[in-house]
Design a protein around this ligand. Structure first.
Ligand SMILES: *Cc1c(COP(=O)(O)O)cnc(C)c1O
Length: 356
């Protein structure tokens, strides 16, 4: 029995989700790329995903890719954050492919590739409306022509990303823009660009319904595999499992207290701007978990009658007045995690990870 606050990772459920995503993509002629940034490329979890049949990997950080290489993963890795010019050498030595949008960056990658005697693949990001990374379609031909002048770089395709800044959802219209751009750039290159990377988890439902344009042949999937959710569309993905991760937090205080703080409130500390509604005296638990572990907005009690009231750096207060569970000091409260919670839990060295 594991005691104390810890995060359990159910590798069976992750294998299940990865196999389902691989199967769906396979049936639609799409290459699934597993995105590992949501769990800091934890090698045990990556192994579960590759065992389930997803070969190709992607991460946003060179440090995570190095961790994968050190753990013995030799397969193709794509860097999905626009590279830093200052890391060009590491990008080329650690990754086969990167997503790009700036000619200066492509030049730096080209120089690094020539120094290392390598050919580096680049996927030109097309901004189809979400307004995070990428060039607008009208500017793509000029970037393509400039990139074609550079040795050591091969433009392998185009990609798009939505749902990350503007909250735009993938659609037939914005993906048609991507596919049209792919065709135009293929004409300029004089060869078909082989990769049309049409987005992330939020495009899985379209793949499932068969409404993705035929030319889209790659999806970069993180959230779907690990959490079975699609936060851009705000839904659970019904054919995937949502509970592969559970955070169990140890209760350090159980008491009944008023719902409104007592005394004069200072303006500069926790709770300063919070509005407290008087709900009388209620039973609540303090758990050994705080912002140094996960953001309070990133977790939710599995007990539907429990409710997170707030958290500081090391304490989280959970209202359990209406719960039928028999909680006790030293016992554990189970929390589910959303993407941000998972990101925090894997970034924090304080959260113990337990695999089952
Ligand atoms: C994070 C990210 C992904 C994966 O997104 P999910 O919603 O987790 O599937 C794909 N592409 C890019 C560019 C990303 O930054």
């Amino acid at each position: 029995m594991v005691t104390g606050t810890h995060l359990t990772v159910d590798l069976k459920k992750i294998r299940y989700n990865a196999a389902k995503v691989a199967e769906l993509c396979g049936s639609r002629g799409i290459e699934p790329v597993a995105v590992t940034k949501g769990f800091s490329a934890d090698p045990v979890i990556v192994r579960a995903i590759t065992d389930a049949g997803i070969e190709s990997l992607a991460d946003a950080r060179v440090e995570n890719v190095r961790k994968l290489r050190d753990a013995g993963f030799g397969q193709r890795v794509t860097l999905i954050r626009i590279p830093m010019i200052s890391q060009a050498d590491d990008v080329v030595s650690l990754c086969e492919c990167s997503l790009v949008s700036e000619i200066r960056t492509i030049e730096a990658l080209s120089a690094a590739a020539l120094r290392q005697g390598k050919l580096h693949d680049a996927i030109i990001m097309i901004d189809v409306g979400d307004l995070r990374e990428g060039v607008f379609p009208a500017d793509a031909p000029a970037l393509m022509r400039a990139a074609m002048e550079l040795k050591g770089i091969r433009v392998a395709g185009v990609g798009s990303n939505v749902g990350c800044y503007g909250g735009i959802v993938p659609s037939q219209e914005n993906l048609k823009t991507l596919c049209d751009t792919a065709e135009e750039l293929s004409g300029i290159a004089g060869r078909p660009l082989e990769i049309v990377s049409g987005g992330a988890t939020s495009a899985l439902t379209m793949a499932c319904e068969g409404s993705l344009p035929k030319a889209v042949n790659q999806l970069r999937v993180g959230e779907g595999i690990i959490l079975g959710t699609d936060s851009v569309n705000g839904t659970d993905i019904p054919w995937l499992k949502q509970d592969a991760f559970t955070l169990r937090a140890e209760i350090v205080e159980l008491s009944s207290k008023p719902t409104v703080p007592i005394g004069r409130r200072g303006g500069f500390h926790f709770g300063a701007e919070k509005v407290f509604r008087d709900r009388g005296v209620r039973r609540r638990a303090i758990v050994a978990l705080g912002e140094q572990d996960v953001p309070a907005s990133g977790v939710f009690p599995r007990d539907p009658a429990a409710d997170i009231l707030g958290a500081s750096s090391d304490h989280m207060i959970i209202d359990i007045e209406d719960s039928a569970e028999r909680y006790e000091v030293g016992g554990l409260i189970e929390l589910g995690l959303n993407y941000h919670g998972l990101l925090g839990a894997f970034t924090s060295e304080y959260v113990r990870k337990v695999y089952c």
